[in-house]
Design a binder for this molecule. Sequence first.
Ligand code: NDP
Ligand code: MG
Length: 400
Amino acid sequence: MTQRIAVLGATGSIGDSTLAILATQLQDHEVYALSGYQRLDKLFALCQQFEPQRVCVPMIAVDDFAKRLSDAGLRIDVVGGAAGLIDIATDSQTDTLVAAIVGAAGLSSTLAAARAGKRILLANKEALVMAGQVLIKAVKTHHATLLPIDSEHNAIFQCLPSAIQQDNTQIHNPSHGVRKLWLTASGGPFLNQSFEQMQQAGVAEAIKHPNWSMGQKISVDSATMMNKGLELIEACHLFDLPEDKINVVIHPQSIIHSMVEYSDGSFLAQLGSPDMKTPIAHALSYPARINSGSQPLDLYALSNLTFIKPDLQKFACLKLARQAMQAGAQATIVLNAANEMAVAAFLAGQVRLTDIADINEQALSQSQAPLLGADADIEDILALDASARRYTNAIIANIV
Ligand code: NDP
Ligand code: MG
């Protein structure tokens, strides 16, 4: 049966990879809806190429965009803003949501899709960092399906038995023998540079990732290794494990995308070229397989695969993420909000790359938020996110 897909965040890097696959797989999939935010010329070109039924743009751009589409002879329903994203995510015609918006802006539509029982292909890791327990609970209560497309989590998912893929609490069943998860990290562009060199780095150097081509925010997160910290929290929620069951190992070649360690001493790994089309294609067609269009690995050309323990002094963000996960959701919300603000300040040239960890640490230590659990409502989460952004602004203002 044809799957109708909504790609929220269609104009970004994950959007590009998803639509590149869908362009060749349109016999089984229909691009039902798209969204964009600032790159509206690109969104317009995607509308011409895929002719979706619906599109979401910022509220302020709805009228102009609708006119532009109708002038081009395209009959597409245009909706706007956060409400428009939720409308598309919960639309009875939407079968699958590709959650590819960056940052906290992706949370509400992802949660709404879970509550509407949709199949969700999750790239937006910040949704799990902010509301992991709430999102996982909504997925279970409303019989939604959550498939990770973050490459590490997709790799782990592929290395787990199907009983755990269907029900993550099965990970605790001793007969499956899962001992630990191993998240691999590339180490980013500063792996072989000193802290002082990292301190002096400009934006262009920080976003020049050695192996992956990605959006700006996640590229900066990779440079500070906050990305691995966010992924650690993401993995705890997706696979129902405490943080001390998840190890991080630097693997600079980005060929092994993550591993599961079993009690008999086996390590199962998923390997592939560093290309997001592979995990996205896996999730799009799961449990079947389709051609993703990524380059197959040339094993003869791989001379060595190496593994390094991360330096937590240099990459303090990784340590902060573990501490926040231990403390609870109120801390992971604050960490995520502070980090989004700190990264934006770095991209705007206001603070140094190495200030990001300090800003995040100060924000966490200033937080006096009460414990938040699986019954927290989205308003409480968004209110805490907003207040953390306010005091992080003050922390940043003290630095600049
Ligand atoms: P990009 O910056 O390339 O794209 C982000 C998308 O979100 C764009 O479509 C952008 O619209 C849209 N967007 C940004 N802000 C808003 C907002 N306030 N409201 C609505 N839409 C908004 O990011 P990536 O594609 O790299 O990353 C997307 C998500 O996937 C992130 O959470 C990231 O961590 C995760 N991820 C990415 C990977 C990658 O390889 N890129 C790998 C694994 C996970 P516009 O461009 O039109 O402004
Ligand atoms: Mg990843």
